[in-house]
Design a protein around this ligand. Structure first.
Ligand code: ZN
Length: 332
């Protein structure tokens, strides 16, 4: 059933693409398309944040063929409407260092969660995925944390449980998230001193990438979601993040990405704090294209994942890409 749905979607995408409809819409509307990535990896993950390098390389070629591929600073400064693309990476995963090899010379921005760079700290979401896949439990009851009971009895159910847990845990205050993680490590007898697997960049690598032209933006220090914390907590975290970037790279960032970034994750106070701390723009994870004069502190993005770009047989498809940007019939 899923496959049939995918095939129908693909044929509609082909029709919209090859009749020229998608291009006509894109060139007529003259919008800004900000593409969001996290990790460059062949292997897909439960969080759906990895994209293989061949997909990435094609996406940069397609984007620069349709419009102008620009840096975030250029995008923010632009005055005249034009089709522009901007490539963004969130968090600071190690695999982003491949961008220079895969697509040499392209402009892109990396939003860093500074507590994770050059540290043994791991993202709770990544750790959660890892420890759940390693565990032999068939179910897990987290009612004592006001969470649900999760079925882990098969690989498919585990995958579903991991994404449900991720969704539920995200809603908690950072201190409560840490409590849940501590509990999981304890009951699953995980020794979290394994530092070999740290998947984040080191400051030396970030500096080298920045020296070669990559822009660096802020993404908070601890990857905190502004609507889950108080204004002083958010402000303190942003200040630490700016200080750390300034210490290692010699400047404070001008562009920001809201962790998690959905409408309900962005508190009303965050914009003023960002302005006070010197930020000129902020990107969300709200889906869509932007007009040249849109609010620079609420920029929309496209979450580019394999299942949105691949055809039903698993190959990257330009028709799927242009259809994602135009979204005719709300297909995506
Ligand atoms: Zn993030």
């Amino acid at each position: 059933m899923m496959k049939i749905k995918r095939i129908i979607k693909y044929f509609i995408a082909l029709a919209c693409h090859f009749t020229g409809f998608n291009y006509w819409r894109i060139w007529h509307l003259k919008k800004h398309y900000i593409l969001m990535f996290h990790r460059l990896e062949e292997k897909q993950d439960a969080l759906n944040i990895s994209i293989p390098v061949n997909y990435f390389s094609l996406l940069t070629k397609w984007s620069s063929g349709i419009g102008e591929l620009v840096s975030m600073s250029t995008l923010i400064d632009a005055q005249n409407p034009k089709v522009r693309f901007c490539i963004t990476f969130d968090d600071g995963f190690k695999t982003v260092s491949q961008v220079g090899k895969v697509a040499p010379g392209i402009p892109y921005i990396l939003y860093l969660s500074t507590a994770y760079i050059d540290s043994e700290k791991e993202f709770w979401a990544i750790e959660l995925e890892k420890i759940m896949y390693e565990s032999n439990l068939t179910s897990l009851n987290l009612a004592s944390f006001n969470l649900n009971e999760y079925d882990l009895s098969s690989d498919l159910k585990k995958k579903h449980a991991v994404s449900m847990m991720n969704y539920d845990v995200k809603k908690l205050h950072p201190a409560d998230i840490e409590a849940v993680m501590k509990y999981l490590r304890l009951i699953l007898a995980i020794n979290n001193n394994d530092t070999e697997d740290n998947c984040f960049l080191k400051w030396g690598e970030v500096k080298e990438m920045h020296d070669k032209g990559m822009e660096v933006g802020g993404h908070t220090h601890n990857h905190i979601i502004s609507s889950r914390v108080s204004p002083p907590e958010f402000e303190t975290d942003i200040r630490i993040s700016n200080k750390v970037i300034s210490k290692h790279l010699g400047f404070t960032p001008k562009h920001f990405a809201y962790p998690n970034g959905r409408k309900q994750d962005i508190s009303v106070f965050s914009r003023q704090i960002l302005i006070d701390e010197g930020y000129l723009s902020a990107v969300t994870t709200i889906e869509g294209a932007n007009n040249v004069n849109d609010n620079p502190y609420l920029l929309k993005r496209f979450n580019v994942s394999v299942d949105r770009i691949a055809n039903p047989w698993g190959y990257p498809s330009k028709a799927m890409f242009t259809t994602m940007l135009v979204n005719p019939l709300r297909l995506h």
